[in-house]
Design a protein around this ligand. Sequence first.
Ligand code: TIU
Length: 221
Amino acid sequence: MTVIKALPYDFTCDIKNTALVIIDMQRDFCAPGGFGERLGNDITPTRRIIPAIAALLNLFRKHGGMIIHTREGHLPDLSDCPPSKLARSKAKGAGIGDVGPMGRILVRGEFGHDIVEELYPIEDEWIIDKPGKGAFYRTDLEAILQRNGITSLIVTGVTTHVCVHTTVREANDRGYECLVVEDATAAYDIADHEAAIQMIHQQGGIFGWTTNCDKIIQAIQ
Ligand code: TIU
């Protein structure tokens, strides 16, 4: 068993039953001209975590742990995008489906929808395309985890208070033990990130545990 120093107390897992989950590290959230920036955000925080996620990715690749990448996005005809989500996405300017410098925003198959080069999936890694904020909603994620005997998730990616949080809440309700990596997750606004991290580990770990990258590397190596 691997014991990782964490809040509110040590996180214990067996790497064989643990998946590294990398949420939505797509150009649309992490590159200039993408959805995140179009919403009026500074993308510096979402780019800054790329090296920390890359370190965890390499660790899992080396030790043979399961790796899951997710991407938020929609079919080209936007039939899987609720009208309300579509309307709100456009409230700040360019929205879902509109043409931007990296193709149509948050549309599957477009350059901006895909994962940043530094973290690009390789063979045998899972890619979950999801229409919502949570990675369980309208995806095969739960079936994939069950089939592979996964009981614990180490969660990274963006944004901490939106897609990371929704996924962790969905996972927690399904009985998965979630460890959220503070320096491998980010929100555009640091206050949102800090609040979201505290919400995970408060009340005795109401949604799970939090830690940082170095503690995971120390425990697994
Ligand atoms: N806008 C924002 O903070 N996030 C999203 O729209 N999606 C994800 O968090 N991936």
